[in-house]
Design a protein around this ligand. Structure first.
Ligand SMILES: N[C@@H](CCC(=O)N[C@@H](CS)C(=O)NCC(=O)O)C(=O)O
Length: 82
C-alpha cells in the first residue's frame, strides 16, 4: 500500500530538526516521525537527500531538505494564527 503521510527525518535535540517538527505540529500536519542517529544515517534518507542533514520532509510529490522550507510548507498548509 502507498504511504501518503508526510515523513519527517529528524534528530531529537538538534535545533533545525526541532523547528521543522514544531512547524508541522503547529500546522496540525499528521506526519510520520523518523528519528535517526546522525552517526548512522539510513541509506534511504541519503537517497532522498544526499547532503545528509536533517530535517528532511518527504512528501508524495517532493522532498524538502531545508528546515526553512519545511516551515514554509507547513504554514502554507495551515496557519490558524497567522
Ligand atoms: N540549512 C539546514 C541545516 C541542517 C543541519 O545542519 N542539520 C544538522 C542537525 S540540526 C545536521 O543534520 N547535521 C548533519 C550531521 O551532523 O551529520 C537546514 O536548515 O535544514
Amino acid at each position: 500500500m502507498c504511504n501518503l503521510k508526510p515523513i519527517l527525518y529528524s534528530f531529537r535535540r538538534r535545533p533545525y530538526a526541532m523547528r521543522a517538527r514544531m512547524a508541522l505540529t503547529y500546522a496540525q500536519i499528521d506526519f510520520e516521525l523518523r528519528d535517526i542517529l546522525l552517526k548512522e544515517k539510513p541509506k534511504l534518507l541519503l537517497v532522498y537527500s544526499p547532503k545528509g542533514t536533517v530535517p528532511v520532509l518527504v512528501l508524495p510529490n517532493q522532498v524538502i531538505d531545508e528546515s526553512l522550507g519545511v516551515m514554509l510548507w507547513a504554514l502554507s498548509q495551515n496557519d490558524e494564527n497567522g
